[in-house]
Design a protein around this ligand. Structure first.
Ligand code: HAM
Length: 420
């Protein structure tokens, strides 16, 4: 049989890379705790309506990218293309907004979009995100963006830019769509083929078309012009708050985001090391979504998600980093196969004491075992021969100096523990 391969657009995360993933996740968890966020985990698979009812019928994620299929029971299900809609579904299903007026959640995990794979664009990718339910305050927007900044800093990212805009309320959105359509309709013939279709179905997407011709036609458009006075006041307060807390941002008159649920504040973080897919993360307010998805009362909300693969790409673009020192296990050697069970037992004893240990479990010469110990970076090798086992002693070899000394088990444990 020809060896099988991972599907295009999906990747294995091998142990060497997994270390970097774990570090990102740990740092993120720490930041979320500092800001009082709690973890929520939702299924990777949902009834398709969770996404079709929330992301927008014309959104490309729904029309072109969703992994959508009928399950064995004939239900229409989808692999989650993003996390927000699932978290809203869970909030409503469990009445979480009824038990607490303010909910702050974080989540992470795989998302699926059937896009054409390219640099920074995967079919299975991973997000870390947060969602806040129950606050309409512009100060909440400011605090969320402080959290985002802190997260990027903890990860060691620099050179990123925060792009910010306001999309106004539902009513404004309709005005914005009309404004963009009316401005571009007379020039329709000059738009690219995709954008000519978007003019009908989803004109806002034209604003982030990468084609030079379309960009030129959009130059004079500012969606903020169609935003109502209360939404403008909300946005002004967000901007003032960010300035006061030294969170740098650029107002982007074309930033509209690809999902329908956004209202008011919308933002994206871009990084120059990413190429064409330059968004590290994005998010915004979605004050109508809970009601829209069946919630009994409106619950104002805001959140963001960042793409982990893209964070790693951005970190790599800044140059190689010295690898973090790996855990250095204590190597437990067996002089002959007769001592292997004792080596195994001693390794277990070390692990119980919280010391990482590697026991030699194969019959092989001691010299080869010592080579293996060095290549693992072991600081000590504990060697067990027939005599040591009989005397309940152990030969402790310092792998740095090469010195070795027979010691009691208790002394050996103390020594390796002290130097762990
Ligand atoms: P999004 O902008 O669609 O927003 O995705 C957020 C981030 O996920 C992107 O900025 C990017 O880093 C990463 N990403 C998206 N698609 C791919 C892909 N195909 N391959 C690799 N990375 C990708 C959302 O998903 C919203 N749920 C964010 C949000 C949370 N809004 C409010 N709350």
């Amino acid at each position: 049989m020809t060896p099988l391969k991972a599907l295009g657009g999906t990747s294995d995360i091998l142990p060497e890379e997994a270390q970097a993933w774990q570090q990102l996740e740990e740092k993120a968890r720490r930041v979320f705790q500092l800001y009082g966020y709690q973890e929520i985990r939702t299924p990777l698979i949902e009834e398709a309506a969770v996404f079709t009812s929330s992301l927008g019928e014309a959104a490309e994620i729904v029309t072109k990218q969703m992994y959508l299929f009928e399950d064995r029971g004939g239900r229409s299900v989808a692999l989650r293309p993003e996390g927000t809609a699932s978290v809203v579904r869970a909030l409503i299903e469990h009445g979480l907004d009824k038990t607490s007026p303010l909910n702050r959640f974080y989540y992470g995990g795989a998302m699926f979009r059937a896009e054409r794979p390219q640099k920074g664009r995967r079919r299975q990718f991973h997000q870390i995100g947060v969602e806040v339910f129950g606050s309409a305050s512009p100060h909440q927007d400011v605090e969320l963006l402080c959290l985002l900044k802190r997260l990027l800093e903890e990860w060691g990212l620099s050179g990123w830019k925060l792009k910010l805009n306001s999309l106004g309320c539902r009513e404004d959105r309709a005005k914005i769509v009309e404004h963009v359509r009316a401005t571009l309709a007379p020039q329709a013939a000059k738009l690219c083929e995709d954008c000519r279709q978007r003019l009908e179905k989803n004109p806002l997407r034209i604003l982030d078309c990468k084609e030079e011709g379309c960009r030129k036609l959009c130059e004079g458009i500012d969606v903020y012009e169609a935003v109502c006075a209360p939404c403008k006041e909300h946005f002004e307060q967000v901007k003032r708050g960010l300035e006061a807390l030294a969170v740098p941002f650029d107002r982007d008159p074309h930033l509209v985001r690809g999902l329908d649920y956004y209202t008011r504040t919308a933002f994206e973080v871009v990084h120059p090391g990413l190429g064409a897919q330059d968004a590290l993360g994005g998010g915004g307010r979605y004050d109508d979504l809970v009601k829209l998805m069946g919630g009994s009362t409106p619950v104002p909300a805001i959140g963001f998600a960042v793409g982990i693969e893209r964070v790693l790409m951005a970190l790599e673009s800044a140059g190689p980093k010295p690898p973090e020192p790996a855990a250095r296990p204590v190597y437990v050697a067996a002089v002959s196969s007769a001592e292997i069970p004792n080596a195994l037992e001693l390794a277990e004893q070390l692990r119980r004491a919280g010391i990482a240990a590697f026991a030699n479990l194969e019959e092989r010469p001691l010299g080869r075992q010592m080579k293996q110990a060095s290549s693992m970076g072991a600081r000590f090798a504990l060697i067990l021969g027939a005599d040591e086992v009989k005397e309940k002693m152990v030969m402790v070899k310092d792998m740095q100096t090469g010195e070795q000394k027979k010691e009691s088990l208790a002394d050996a444990l103390r020594k390796v523990n002290h130097n762990a």
